[in-house]
Design a binder for this molecule. Structure first.
Ligand SMILES: [Zn+2]
Length: 404
């Protein structure tokens, strides 16, 4: 759950489900995760304005991608998850009408996905205004962030480079060209083990992780872009049995967490108390939240190659490692608790490009093996995938050991 109190944008984003666009695979195949547009790398249409003369002056819309994405597999599809930041450099409102994503590795570039009208507005996170839609254009000087998720079917290679065009008040604004393979992804052991897990709050438009842009260390970051709240659920999706105000009632509470790789512990904190879980009676953290204790009892592993794994909200007294320790993949590190800015016991786990839980950028990661429940109720083993879509998961820490 980490830091619900800084969900400063979550309340203002339109939570309407996205109708996905367009060049969907023609044959039935895997269903994309919620809020992701399905496309095929082998298809595409002529890009809007590709041959048009650029307007003068150019549309005064600054478009940037702070972190280039890295393609990752999940559920039989391949995904790109990233953000486009739109900054209006005029005093006048700008109507954002359509975003087109273009395969820039083909000549001429082919549009492989487009978000038109409400499809675009629904994935805009307004910064400094209440909402952006047909009746509420991007106001002068204001910013908005488009939360992009594209799912590619199995056909063909995902483009190496993508460019962006935005239709603004009838003119085309040129966006950046980006790569799609920014980082070599880590293949990790699961951070938890056993059955009845849900990989919650993954990157959808309704996830406080995905919408959790936050200024830390002097600039806006999205460290939680791919963070997962690991929690155990019962048959009916309930997360506890018994007294809702007792952490020990929660299925996840006290579950062990494990090293996802051979790694160096660069931070290990313990000694913070558990919070009384949030109920209708209200919620207060056990101690005032600060930048130092927001993650509660926590462990940070240096995975090498500039990547870090963060385990947050651990149980007081459960942390078994200390700063500087070397740990082995699968080593028992601590137990799930409800410390820091956590409402209910769960493991907040993320991989980032820096060791800070907030002043960093989130990366996808691959879990070497897990089983996931399909729509039809059957279980499928997935290898070297990121668990998209708030899915039910069974995990086994020792990848050599078969699932029962
Ligand atoms: Zn979380």
């Amino acid at each position: 759950m980490l830091i619900e109190r800084i969900r400063f944008c979550a309340a203002s984003i339109s939570l309407a489900l996205i109708s996905t666009y367009s060049f969907a695979a023609t044959s039935p195949g895997p269903i994309p995760a919620k809020d992701c547009a399905l496309t095929s790398p082998t298809q595409g249409s002529d890009s809007m304005g590709a041959s048009a003369k650029p307007p003068f002056p150019p549309v005064q819309l600054d478009i940037s991608v702070p972190l280039e994405p890295t393609i990752f597999p999940s559920g039989g599809l391949r995904y790109l998850v990233y953000e486009l930041h739109f900054q209006n450099y005029t005093d006048e409102s700008l109507a954002l009408q359509e975003l087109e994503i273009v395969d820039a590795s083909r000549t001429p570039g082919k549009a492989i996905a487009a978000f038109t009208g409400s499809q675009l507005h629904e994935r805009l996170l307004p910064i400094g205004s209440d909402k952006i839609d047909e009746d509420h254009p991007l106001e002068g000087g204001k910013r908005a962030v488009a939360l992009i998720c594209i799912a590619f079917d199995a056909a063909g290679n995902v483009p190496e480079t993508l460019s962006h065009r935005v239709l603004v008040g009838g003119s085309v604004a040129e966006g950046p060209t980006i790569g799609t393979r920014h980082t070599e992804l880590k293949v990790l052991a699961p951070p938890v083990t056993g059955t009845s897990w849900v990989a919650d709050n993954g990157p959808s438009l309704t996830s406080h992780h995905r919408t959790g842009l936050f200024v830390a260390g002097g600039r806006a970051h999205l460290s939680r872009r791919y963070a997962i709240d690991w929690k155990q659920e019962g048959e009916q999706g309930e997360i506890y049995s018994g007294d809702a105000r007792d952490v020990r009632s929660y299925y996840s509470y006290g579950e062990k967490v494990f090293a996802v790789a051979d790694a160096v512990v660069i931070s290990a904190k313990d000694g913070l108390p558990d919070n009384t879980p949030r109920t209708a009676a209200g919620f207060n953290t056990a101690v005032p939240i600060t930048m130092e204790n927001v993650a509660g009892n926590a462990i940070v592993l240096d995975l090498g190659d500039g990547q870090f794994a963060y385990y947050a909200h651990l149980k007081p007294g459960s942390v078994r490692v200390k700063t500087g320790d070397r740990v082995k993949r699968g080593e028992w590190l601590g137990q799930i608790g409800n410390s820091g800015d956590a409402r209910w016991p769960h493991l907040h786990f993320q991989v980032t490009i820096g060791p800070d839980i907030l002043a960093s950028e989130g990366l996808p990661f691959l879990i070497d093996r897990y089983r996931t429940k399909e729509e039809n109720g059957t279980w499928t083993t997935r290898t070297r995938e990121y668990p998209m879509g708030d899915i039910a998961v069974e995990l086994e820490v020792d990848s050599a050991a078969p699932f029962k």
